[in-house]
Design a binder for this molecule. Sequence first.
Ligand SMILES: Nc1ncnc2c1ncn2[C@@H]1O[C@H](COP(=O)(O)OP(=O)(O)O)[C@@H](O)[C@H]1O
Ligand SMILES: [Mg+2]
Length: 304
Amino acid sequence: MNSLELLYEQKVSGSLIKDLEKFRQKYSLEQSQEYRVSRPAFPFYGREILEMSIAALLQGENLLLCGSKATGKNILAENLAWYFQRPMYNISFHVNTDSSMLIGTDTFEDNEVRLRKGPVYQCAQYGGFGVLDEINMAKNDAVSVLHATLDYRRLIDVPGYDRICLHPAARFIGTMNYGYAGTRELNEALVSRFLVIRMPDLTEETLMLVLGISFPDAKKEALAQFAGLFLDLQTKAANSEISTKAMDLRGLLAALRTVRSGLSPRLAVSMGLTNKCFDGFERELIEDMVMTRIPEAWTPGDIF
Ligand SMILES: Nc1ncnc2c1ncn2[C@@H]1O[C@H](COP(=O)(O)OP(=O)(O)O)[C@@H](O)[C@H]1O
Ligand SMILES: [Mg+2]
């Protein structure tokens, strides 16, 4: 099983790739967790970001990926788990996240109280890559249980149970939507336990790669218009002329899929992008932008 071709293709530093191979040889994987090691749906593009994250993880550091929506934070985390060949545990954070959801809860089984292990516990035990998704959305006291896990102590203290040490291959990757406006900050004590990567906004080149992989059957010129529309939205959002609601790459990909199955491109873009804005004024601004890129007369045949 070799998953490193893509790193060579992107000209990632050879010495990093060598060390990555050593890491993979050093740490075996428990059979029960093999299903958690899987090839991501998309490759992540970006040599510099890959080099920074691989170097940090090789040194045993945890990573915090900050950036606006659709900058590939989750896809990068998935790619890293795959390159390191470690099982991945995904944990979505929200205001009601508490420590028991991370570490575990008491359950009553076979007439005894047992710990039902949470994702952070499992990650620690099996040497996984734990993705702490949107970690800034949780309340600070919920994440404070992770302090000892994330720093040099590398352990989890489960009240009433043993304290467990992290498997040497275990790593944590936090993601955080750092938008153009209205971001919840992460407290300093937590940030200091990560190396931080600022994810760059999408470029035309990356966008065309992403669109080309998802729609190899589409006409390049047509895809370029969709990419252009997304970049227009990104620029306007960066200038605070619109919110980031319509700047939705997942929505754009979904729209193109509906076009492939026969829907008019304009209607598809309404569903995938424009209608994500519920404010009438903003929606009009976006409709104007769509008009200049996607002619009303276009049919699926103009794209596929
Ligand atoms: N640098 C990149 N390389 C590959 N895909 C990317 C990149 N940036 C964004 N994407 C694409 O953007 C979409 C959203 O990515 P995701 O990881 O969910 O973003 P985020 O978690 O930052 O909101 C995915 O379809 C992904 O393929
Ligand atoms: Mg995400």
